[in-house]
Design a protein around this ligand. Sequence first.
Ligand code: SF4
Ligand code: SF4
Length: 357
Amino acid sequence: MSNETIKIQTLNNNNRMSTQELLQLITSKLEEGYTNFDIDASGQHNIGGSSWAKDRKSELLFTLRNPGQRVGAMAMKGTKIVVEGSAPADVGWLNSGATIVVKGDCGDTAAHCAAGGKIYAAGRVGTRSGALMKHDPKFEVPEFWVLKNTGSFGFEFMGGGTAVVCGYECEDLPSVLGNRSCVGMVGGTIYVRGKIDDIAECVSINALNQEDIDFLSQGLVKFLNEIEKSNLYDKLSDWTEWKKIIPAQNQAKTRMSVKDFRKNHWVENGIFGDFIHDDFVVYPMPSTGEGRVHVPNWNGANCIDCKICLNNCPESAIETNDKQYSSNDNKCIGCGICEAVCPKKCWTIVSDRKEIS
Ligand code: SF4
Ligand code: SF4
């Protein structure tokens, strides 16, 4: 086995290593006995996932910059992944025992389906993070630590594991768990510091007991150490600011059909329902006025006042006054005939596509 760090650059001039090429390179180096990787990635997926040392015992370390989606997906016990910065969606998807440290924000679905190991996020995490976390009693409890807040729909159908959302720098947010969090949560524990709003009815929100405080005070030290923010311990360890979310105890009494749950409780009108009302009317492209795509500009430096443009405009949009020409925005359809017919190239059609508020 070799402790030497393999450095990998995935960009060579304008040539980018594909995900497949990078993963094959990592695999070949693992087979040669290397365990430490330092990778300047360029969006390659699945780095650090499902990897093991040649001797099946040594620990692996991946230090990454700019990884793509699913960094650490299905990563195994004995693997440590450190992302120096932020990472896109699916960080630690189905984590199977690795320690994954992201020193910035995580995209959507961080820790999705995580079943083991620890995921530490030093910033915010996106929507549906922590969804479907689970715990097989044969293995250690998966943990998911977030310094700031989560996006909406977090911890959907959580079945096990422990999540900790520290709510740091989230004082202005109405909820550190976004909207509609914890829908369908049947297991696990979420510790939250800060405001919570619009949370599913199937969970209960409780004060911490001593066991909770012991877990958090020990875990917080390790978490903050991993993300290099140990100085925040005092600020985050006022346990009166924390709450504990667990599945409600009375679920048996509120049991409902899957159809009723899907249609009326998960997302109104079902997951494929529209979040905003759509009248299904297809509106034509604006052809005149504010918002039309093509607009004629007139530059009269060479104009000979021949009026060819004025006489050929199909919308009678061209107006003239004292040898100055202009087009009326509310008549002009941007057809370009003026540009085509002008012998002195005074008209130029420009693209003026803009958002309509
Ligand atoms: S673009 Fe067409 S409609 Fe507009 S001023 Fe020129 S000729 Fe008239
Ligand atoms: S066609 Fe050209 S040169 Fe003639 S009046 Fe129009 S802008 Fe002027």
